[in-house]
Design a protein around this ligand. Structure first.
Ligand code: ZN
Length: 139
């Protein structure tokens, strides 16, 4: 069995945003040389997510509004976590909803995704460098 590991780095200029990272994950798969197996992609931070869905701007705007209704950023004083001096309690909650990681099957050297499935990095407390882990196992 072969294994491959890589960290992808991101720094979003805004507090929140979504990036389609499917091309980077495909590059990792090509580098790994693995044809049959599994790829795990996970955010290495507790205020960011990796998830799979459609690359459609209306949907991404819907996510932003929906998450902001569930866990509004302001007023920051509404969250106990922010008593520590942080202002990112909402980002922890948003990350929990959108998830930490995805696992995708590798078949014939390709990501075995559904028709509209794309892999996204979801940032909820940006403006600093953060990492995503790509781990691939197989043969
Ligand atoms: Zn925090």
């Amino acid at each position: 069995m072969k294994s491959y590991r890589k960290e992808l780095w991101f720094q979003l200029p805004e507090r929140r945003g979504f990036i389609n990272i499917t091309p980077q994950v495909m590059n990792c798969l090509d580098e790994s040389g693995i044809k049959e197996g599994l790829v795990l992609v996970n955010a290495m931070h507790i205020t960011a997510s990796v998830f799979i869905n459609d690359d459609e701007s209306g949907l991404h705007s819907d996510y932003e509004k929906w998450l902001e209704r569930l866990a509004p950023h302001a007023p920051i004083s509404q969250y106990r976590h922010n008593d520590t001096g942080e202002d990112n309690a909402d980002a922890h909650l948003k990350r929990q909803i959108m998830g930490r990681e995805v696992v995708v099957a590798i078949t014939g050297g390709r990501l075995d995704l559904g028709t509209w499935e794309q892999i996204f990095y979801g940032e909820f407390d940006g403006r600093r460098k953060k990492r995503v882990l790509v781990k691939i196992i197989g043969e």
